[in-house]
Design a protein around this ligand. Structure first.
Ligand code: OAD
Length: 260
């Protein structure tokens, strides 16, 4: 680990533009459940019953019950030292962008907390899979802030669009849905031009998000993987830091901040 850490620090010092591609593992230390693995959400729940447009069309009450539960759970969680270390890095270095698959909003909260007097915070992430804190109209696509209390008594009590009264849904990307093209383009363009990509706490199984680090790699850039387990990207990483993201990012990036 020490050798890998030194290698990561060397890569970091040499890098001019950086992307950090994060997944559920970065929020695990905040208490947000991951999706895969022995305690992952997909062990207890079926994605096809909860996270597809077909499931929502068939049974919006069950889908909203699950998202209401997750929204409530996430509201009790706070950004951890990993979110904060990345936010500080992005604040102090304009050539750093956080790209996340997470819908939990913890990178956004860390960015706002670390830059309390700057609005919008320059450390805001690119959110590839949307945000659980927002609703989107299933009829007209209008977005509005998500309410914490979801009344699942009947279809008539579910959140409705202020503009057209259509049924609102969580503003997240479900299985079988395309990612926002502009958001995805921006992520790939930045990853392509980056000379270093951190891949943090993702199983790297869900595409196209899992392909974003490959854009850095294919253009001659390097990967640093931070994950408690190996993934399909591990063989391509120039440094692998196999420990919880919060402590690793704090150690790695505090050194970088001092030398910058
Ligand atoms: P996963 O649950 O698939 O993977 C989480 C990863 O985090 C695993 O590789 C773990 O080893 C790692 N991990 C867990 N705790 C960690 C810690 N403390 N520090 C570092 N690493 C840790 O989550 P994602 O890869 O984000 O999509 O999943 C990708 C997508 O699949 C999600 O965005 C979601 C999901 O289904 C949709 O809902 C569309």
């Amino acid at each position: 680990m020490n050798e890998e850490l030194e290698q990561a620090q060397t890569l970091l010092r040499a890098a001019r533009s950086i992307v950090a591609v994060t997944g559920a593992g970065i929020s695990a230390e905040s208490g947000v459940p991951t999706f895969r693995g022995s305690k992952g959400l997909w062990k207890s729940y079926q994605p096809e019953e909860l996270a597809t447009p077909e499931a929502f069309a068939r049974d919006p009450l069950t889908v909203w019950e699950w998202y209401g539960w997750r929204r409530g759970l996430i509201a009790t969680c706070s950004p951890n030292s990993g979110h904060r270390a990345l936010a500080r890095l992005a604040l102090s270095h304009p050539e750093v962008t956080i790209i996340t698959q997470n819908v939990d909003g913890l990178h956004v909260r860390a960015a706002q907390e670390e830059a309390a007097d700057i609005d919008p915070s320059p450390a805001l992430p690119i959110e590839l899979h949307g945000s659980i804190d927002r609703d989107r109209c299933s009829a007209c696509d209008a977005r509005q802030p998500g309410s914490q209390e979801i009344d699942i008594t009947s279809i008539d009590t579910l959140p409705r669009c202020d503009r057209c009264s259509g049924l609102m849904r969580p503003d997240v990307v479900w299985f079988g849905e395309a990612l926002d093209e502009m958001v995805l383009d921006r992520a790939f363009t930045l990853a392509h031009s980056a000379d270093l990509c951190f891949v943090v706490g993702t199983s790297a199984l869900v595409h196209p998000a899992a392909s974003v680090p490959l854009a850095t790699l294919h253009n001659g850039g390097k990967l640093i993987e931070i994950n408690i387990q190996e993934t399909a990207l591990t063989p391509y990483a120039s440094a692998t830091l196999a420990a919880p993201a919060g402590s690793v990012l704090t150690t790695l990036l505090s050194g970088y901040d001092n030398s910058a």
